[in-house]
Design a protein. Structure first.
Length: 88
């Protein structure tokens, strides 16, 4: 975070140079599991699961689509505190 700041999922995928197929898999559907990105010269980065997104169809604007919703979610930064994650 010191070097690159907080990054969205889309920005992390760009930074780590994830190939097109894996990029599509990570961004086009709700992620059922977290995954760790690795690249030479970078510390690992975890992309969290999107299990709460299973209710997306019920919550999104009727003039929007699930794909548009996922694109919006993946372009934003979400922060989980250490307390919430049980790290402190």
């Amino acid at each position: 975070m010191r070097r690159h700041g907080l990054l969205s999922t889309r920005q992390l995928i760009d930074l780590f140079g994830i190939d097109v197929g894996e990029r599509e898999r990570l961004l086009s559907a709700p992620r059922k599991r977290s995954c760790v990105l690795r690249a030479s010269g970078l510390p690992p980065a975890e992309i969290r699961d999107q299990k709460p997104v299973k209710f997306v169809a019920e919550k999104i604007d009727p003039d929007s689509s699930p794909a548009e919703y996922l694109a919006a979610i993946n372009s934003r930064v979400f922060w989980a505190s250490a307390e919430r994650e049980g790290l402190w």
